[in-house]
Design a protein around this ligand. Sequence first.
Ligand code: F6R
Length: 260
Amino acid sequence: MEVIIQPAAQAAELAADAIVALVDTKPDAVLGLATGSSPLAVYDALAQRQRAGEVSFSQVTAFLLDEYVGLAAQHPERYRNVIDRDLLCKVDLDPQRVHSPDGLAEDIPAACRAYEQAIADAGGVDLQLLGIGTDGHIAFNEPGSSLASHTRIKTLTAQTRADNARFFNDDVEAVPTHCLTQGLATILSARHLVLLAQGQAKAEAVHQMVEGPVSAMWPATVLQHHPHVSALIDEGAAARLQLADYYRETFAAKPDWQGL
Ligand code: F6R
């Protein structure tokens, strides 16, 4: 795993560089999108790149990581609506090509199978953006998740619901209890994983992800099994890393040609 400790704004530009380079060589690339706070600066950077004429997303297909169960179609915090607001209204990505698990499906297992099939039919995800929860979740794979899991329903932990209450007027009761989420095996099947984390609240989860033993108790540790992970973290999120100085030296000496 490549660990890059940079301020959030620079981290966002590095992630945007990787996405623009991918779409340049593969205009019909498949992107994996995360919601939440962590990728917002990346989405703004992508919008800026498109305005500057550097890139078009018109042929790109995208898949969201997860979706709440039971939020009404028009609910502003339904992730399909969140990504409209955070990204789709700013770039030329075709909304018809943006897919999310169906949190309103009557047959949840069938919807999860269909989502996995849609990702496979698209040829798999080329580059997946990820955030990380304070409890070490990626997508909504909470502690205890199978490291071999695929898209399925999960129960959110009390910690995740409290963390996400800020999106629901600080009313934790308004945060859904369940979600549909890509599994850890689904995420590992993407070809390049770009994880963003900011702030000290993420420091323990980031430390475990990079330096801890692989364990379902810290689901993000499964990323240690992936051959191409770029972890872009700010100083706060890096606060507990044992090898922080080594990661800084490595990045300082990184060859210009390499990219993420
Ligand atoms: C959202 C998602 C979650 C978030 C994580 C961090 O689609 O998959 O794993 O990335 O909860 O959330 P933020 O970025 O809001 O701190």
